[in-house]
Design a protein. Structure first.
Lengths: 223, 213
């Protein structure tokens, strides 16, 4: 049963390691954009601190969106995806393994990089822990939701724009609660509420998304 | 030929895409030891038929049976008995042939006892076990993909154009492999434009719609 899960997880991490340059793209994008903000807007610490929570979250979302398009792309092009669909293993687990690998190579590095970038944007001290916690859960939700869109558009030649249109509305709640978690912490309010909502979003998408993605992949491949 | 002995059969299979009928009324019954060669001009639906047989595609109408059971009802059981090699071989270019093979082993349950080194050596890839697949030639890549035939114990092989890019010696080798497989009671369904040097091969010509010789 679990053979497919660990086989896919290990293979995707190995492939990511062999393609280190491409995999680093979202993280580098995140880094570059956030470094440009003080240059383009203002180097003044108080004004930067005001916009830091929003900026960090929007950029993490875009970096995640950029990378999710390729989730099934290479498997589709070399025929592996077709093989996965006819493997006597539960597709739910295989999709979950692919999403987990995607999160480990994009979401997790983004989360770990965020405090450093927060420092560059003079994020007040109270914001760091909520930033990391909200991104830790939020990027996982983004990967899970993005997988549905990636599954639906995998067989389309130019699916990138369509993917963004499908996924964006679903990303909104994650962004709203994620950014407000950090904002509330900076303003001195308790953050249990938005963090709990974020946890609920994660639990919900963890249950639903692999099913939806597996269905989307079936539709794409049978078309 | 009695229907009881048939291990795999298709009943009045039809496929329609964009309101265009690709084929219809395809009925075949295969017994253990049969090799079925699907032939026909380009675009007649050979790949589509093989993808339907591998359940990667649903037919517009018709039913497939494996050991007398409807495949749409017993899909998991059927898939354990199936090895499908499409014309995209599913090799990861940045992994070595050995890593690719190991990955297939972990994904499928019924593997043979041969080691990966033995398998790759008998496919003529000795010395290439550890190089990334993108450095191999097209023929060598095809051989690496075909190495899966040696690690599986699945009785039903469905091969889409397995002879593409392979040299004469490799073709002869593959023919021996197919013969050994059906001698053990396996079944092979393949599409190719080549004339195979195998006796008793059965043919399905697609433009003539379901005529089996």
């Amino acid at each position: 049963m679990g053979g497919g899960f660990s086989a896919i997880l290990q293979r995707d991490l190995l492939l990511a390691f062999r393609h280190r340059g491409e995999i680093a793209n979202p993280v580098i994008f995140f880094f570059i954009v956030v470094t440009l903000i003080p240059l383009g807007l203002t180097p003044e610490a108080s004004r930067l601190a005001e916009i830091a929570p929003g900026i960090l979250w929007v950029m993490a979302l875009l970096a995640s969106l950029l990378s999710v398009e390729g989730l099934f792309q290479s498997d589709y092009r070399d025929g592996t995806l077709e093989q996965l669909l006819i493997t006597p293993q539960p597709l739910y687990l295989m999709v979950l393994a692919k999403v987990l690998a995607h999160w480990l190579i994009t979401g997790l590095p983004l989360t770990l990089l965020a405090p450093v970038l927060g420092m560059m944007l003079s994020l007040p001290t109270a914001g760091y822990l909520p930033l990391v916690l909200s991104l830790l859960m939020g990027t996982a939700v983004l990967s899970l939701i993005g997988a549905i869109g990636a599954g639906l558009t995998v067989a389309l030649r130019k699916g990138g724009l369509l993917l963004s249109l499908i996924v964006m509305p679903l990303y909104m709640p994650v962004l709203i609660f994620g950014a407000s978690t950090v904002q509330r912490a900076v303003d001195g309010f308790p953050v249990d509420g938005p963090l709990a909502v974020m946890g609920a979003l994660l639990a919900f998408s963890l249950l639903i998304s692999p099913f939806a993605t597996a269905g989307a992949l079936r539709v794409s491949m049978h078309g | 030929m009695s229907s009881q002995a048939a291990i795999f059969s298709l009943k009045s299979l039809a496929f329609e895409r964009d309101d265009r009928l690709l084929f219809s009324g395809i009925s075949v019954a295969l017994e253990p030891g049969d090799i079925l060669q699907v032939e026909g001009p380009n675009g007649c639906g050979k790949t589509t038929l093989l993808r339907i047989i591998s359940t990667a595609l649903n037919p517009t109408s018709g039913t497939l049976f494996w050991r007398g059971k409807d495949i749409s009802q017993h899909r998991q059981d059927y898939l354990q008995n199936l090895l499908f090699l499409g014309h995209l071989p599913g090799l990861k270019q940045s992994l070595s042939p050995e890593e690719n093979l190991q990955w297939w082993r972990r994904l499928n349950a019924n593997n043979s006892l041969l080691s990966n080194e033995e398998v790759l050596a008998s496919m003529g890839l000795r010395g290439y076990e550890d190089v990334p697949c993108f450095t191999l030639s097209a023929g060598q890549q095809r051989r690496a993909a075909l190495a899966r035939l040696l690690i599986t114990e699945a009785p039903l092989w469905v091969l889409d154009e397995p002879f593409t890019a392979i040299d004469k010696q490799g073709v002869a080798q593959l023919e021996v492999l197919l013969k050994d497989h059906v001698k053990k009671g396996g079944v092979v369904i393949l599409s190719t434009h080549q004339d195979l040097g195998i006796d008793g091969i059965r043919r399905l010509s697609l433009p003539l719609l379901a005529e089996v010789s």
